[in-house]
Design a protein around this ligand. Structure first.
Ligand code: MN
Length: 287
């Protein structure tokens, strides 16, 4: 059994652009060594947006050295990037964008969601890349709801969607650069579940809604549980209907240098990223 090492309480929310009211449940400054390969997890909403005429969101900005994974629960995001990819992320869908050597992109509420308004709820997870892949070509994976296998948990405990990695014999559609699991877990109130996980892997459980009990302690919405790398399973009991993300992965044991949207291994590589951005070497967004 993996030991619970820390419960991190929900931090104060902040806005990313004018579209994403987020709480950073994993933070790159405080957690990144311990939570490797996961760098950051921002949970947006649930937040009610009134109908509007101009889409809210974040305008063109770069990324280099890692992957951004956007998981949509409610509402819709429209995005486009400098490698020519664009699309809509709808509830149940996931966008797995490998920035690697660098992209520019923007992220806005979709036209339709903007016009109608409604409840918005998303997660953006940042996954680190090993040094060997940080300057490789960008890649873009649209993972539609229908492609993501959903498995029923034993004893009617709930269900689990395999976004990346595998659970039992179900394989998630995401291609990853290091071995990892991203599981979207729904637990039924008053039910327990045990998840087998590899020895030596990082494991973080993030509660989005509901409440679970773990080791005699309670975790509510926006709390994150960190576990020891040794041990081979995690057991939880839901006291309410609960929506959570269970993240696990092989740690990338390399130095992390971080500045804003760039995550590299050395400060020199960060300076190069800033210089490349300032010289327009991240490409252009279509007008
Ligand atoms: Mn971005």
């Amino acid at each position: 059994m993996k030991q619970l090492t820390q419960i991190k309480q929900a931090p104060q929310p902040h806005w990313v652009g004018d579209g994403f009211p987020v709480r950073s449940l994993i933070s790159i400054e405080g957690d990144a060594r311990r939570t490797s390969p996961f760098l950051m997890l921002d949970y947006a909403g649930p937040h009610e947006f009134a109908p509007a005429s101009a889409p809210r969101g974040v305008g063109g900005h770069p990324h280099r050295g890692f992957e951004t994974v956007t998981i949509a629960y409610q509402g819709e995001v429209a995005h486009r990037d400098s490698s020519g990819n664009h699309g809509l992320i709808r509830p149940g869908d996931v966008q797995w964008m490998t920035a690697a050597s660098g992209v520019l992109h923007d992220e806005f509420h979709s036209e339709e969601f903007t016009r109608k308004g409604g409840t918005f709820e998303m997660v953006q997870l940042w996954v680190n890349l090993p040094a060997r892949d940080k300057m490789s070509a960008p890649r873009y994976q649209t993972l539609l709801d229908a492609q993501i296998p959903a498995v029923t948990l034993p004893n009617d405990a709930g269900r689990l969607r395999v976004i990346a990695g595998e659970y039992e014999r179900a394989r998630g559609p995401a291609l990853t650069h290091t071995p990892l699991n991203v599981w979207d877990v729904r637990l039924n109130a008053s039910h327990s579940a045990t998840f087998a996980l590899p020895q030596e892997w990082t494991t973080v459980l993030v509660v989005l809604h509901g409440e679970i009990e773990l080791d005699g302690r309670k975790l509510g919405a926006s709390d994150a549980a960190h576990f020891s790398r040794d041990g081979d399973s995690v057991s939880v009991r839901a006291t309410e209907d609960t929506m959570a993300l269970l993240l696990s992965g092989e740690p990338i044991d390399e130095p992390i240098a971080h500045y804003g949207p760039f995550v590299m291994n050395t400060n020199q590589e960060i300076r190069e990223a800033i210089e490349d951005f300032n010289h327009g070497r991240f490409g252009k967004l279509a007008a």
